[in-house]
Design a protein around this ligand. Structure first.
Ligand code: AHR
Length: 496
């Protein structure tokens, strides 16, 4: 395949909010317990109960924001069960996810400590489905009020003197489904009521997120925007990439057929259409684009690994997941005028994870490497890029290449390119315009799968890792290079 990418480095299209590179962690399977939290007495090296290997790996991602405690779990979670001495905390059943005992050892203090250790912002999802207005209101008071009050005093008694900063707060999760099976008219009214009492204390200005639609439920978006838009800062969207046609037959994470690869990539691209259409509805109520769209659950969803608890949603992660991540992040970058945050589901051991653990062992997935490579886009300016496929390319159910570019504060250009074909390397010509006089210096990294389900295992953790891009030639403003099939690359262009 031959293709030309025109890069207009001097034409910017907005800021790529760093929060697009956010994550999500729910009380589900081995996501929190084992994946993040092992407890202070664990033989696994930890900091205040949080495993050190995972903390170190996550720090390298420069993760900007983390959503918690769910997911469906959020609308059954009662935060007061998760504070105070751990041994006295309520043991409950996690009815949504596997029917296992939830001992509440990881609660508000532990989550906010995790965010401090990772230097990321918390994004908390409150309980509308089975919680009360008072409970939601008191949670915010507990976390963020600095004066004398029942909840601030309770927080101090539990060992935390200073309030935390909690900016992002979701008012319910999937309230069209597991969060209460509500109609959009009813949810909009509930949203208006609950959010009234989610207070901003002191300089902690709360950014309120309404529950948005599932996939292409445009009526939900229309109705909630119509009835509640003045009361929200953002509205969410959930969309998972599921190759199979039914939830019963999603397809395996590895050992899949070519057509499952194609279905996965095609469905990943559907995110672009969804954002465009939902954003057009939002435009009718919010032409100034004050209200952000937050894609706070996205990623691949495959059949669970054989022999694992079906309620734990544990799946392997291959180069196909890396392509889904790279394409989706490029789409979010292109929609940065509306998409202000996105949260991959989920951080460790659940769905499209960046990290898998097994006892004391840990492995970084191909998706991890994409987030590490793409971190250069965080808070950079989206620049204008066009891909011009040359005549003669095969007609494909999806674009073979996905590209986005940005310019950072230091003037460096970063171009992320996904080649989603199974067997065609891409001979690329980059036409770099608008960088001014000087010699271009180009370098880059490439994450490549030699097989369509190439993945990292605990025994072979480096099967899919980024390698420096070689054989890049520069002639004036023209850059030539070849990108392998099934690859995700990030290039850096600077003027010497
Ligand atoms: O991420 C797994 C689940 O998917 C979440 O709990 C829910 O919000 C969604 O349906």
């Amino acid at each position: 395949m031959h293709a030309k990418v025109v890069i207009n480095a001097d034409i910017t299209r907005g800021t790529i909010n760093r929060n697009i590179y956010g994550h999500f962690s729910e009380h589900l399977g081995r996501g929190i317990y084992e994946g993040l939290w092992v407890g202070e007495d664990s033989p696994i090296p930890n900091t205040e109960g949080l495993r050190n290997d995972v903390l170190t790996a996550l720090r390298d991602l420069q993760m900007p924001v983390l959503r918690w405690p769910g997911g469906c779990f959020a609308d059954e979670y009662h935060w007061k069960d998760g504070i105070g001495p751990r041994e006295a905390r309520k043991r409950m059943v996690n009815t949504h996810w596997g029917g296992v005992v939830e001992n509440n050892h990881f609660g508000t203090h532990e989550f906010l400590r995790l965010c401090e250790l990772l230097n990321c912002e918390p994004y908390i999802c409150g309980n509308v489905g089975s919680g009360t207005v008072q409970e939601m209101s008191e949670w915010m008071e507990y976390m963020t009020f600095d004066g004398e009050s029942p909840m601030a005093d309770l927080r101090r008694r539990h060992g935390r003197t200073d309030p935390w900063k909690v900016r992002y707060f979701g008012v319910g999760n999937e309230n069209w489904g597991c969060g209460g099976n509500m109609r959009p008219e009813y949810y909009a009214d509930e949203y208006r009521r609950y959010q009234t009492y989610v207070r901003s204390f002191g300089d902690n200005r709360v950014y309120k997120v309404a529950c948005g639609p599932n996939v292409d439920d445009y009526r939900w978006m229309e109705t909630v925007m119509h009835n509640a838009h003045p009361y929200m800062d953002a509205i969410s969207l959930h969309y998972y990439t599921v190759p199979g046609d039914t939830w019963q037959h999603k397809g395996p994470a590895t050992g899949f057929a070519d057509d499952e690869w194609h279905a996965t990539i095609r469905k990943a691209w559907f995110m672009d259409e969804l954002i465009t259409n939902h954003s057009a509805i939002m435009d009718r109520y919010d032409p100034q684009r004050r209200i952000g769209m937050i894609v706070d659950e996205w990623g691949t969803w495959f059949d669970v690994e054989p022999g694992t608890n079906p309620g734990f949603l544990y799946q392997q992660n291959s180069i196909r997941d890396a392509l889904v991540a790279g394409i989706s992040l490029n789409i979010f970058n292109h929609h940065c005028e509306r998409v202000v945050m996105a949260n991959l589901a989920q951080l460790v051991n659940v769905l499209q994870s960046v990290i898998l653990t097994e006892g004391a062992r840990m492995v970084l997935t191909p998706t991890y490497h994409v987030f590490r490579m793409y971190r250069v886009h965080q808070d950079a300016q989206l620049i204008d890029t066009h891909t011009v496929p040359e005549p003669g390319n095969n007609v494909s159910p999806y674009p073979p290449l996905s590209v986005s570019g940005s310019r950072d504060d230091a003037g460096r250009i970063h171009i992320s390119v996904c080649n989603a074909t199974l067997d065609e390397s891409a001979d690329l010509i980059l036409d770099v315009r608008g960088l001014g006089a000087g010699e271009l210096q180009v370098s880059g990294e490439c994450l490549e799968g030699r097989m369509k389900d190439a993945h990292n295992s605990f025994d072979h953790p480096e099967t899919v890792v980024p390698r420096p891009l070689e054989r890049i030639t520069v002639d004036g403003t023209t850059v030539r290079l070849t990108l392998p099939a099934m690859s995700v690359s990030v290039l850096e262009v600077v003027v010497a």
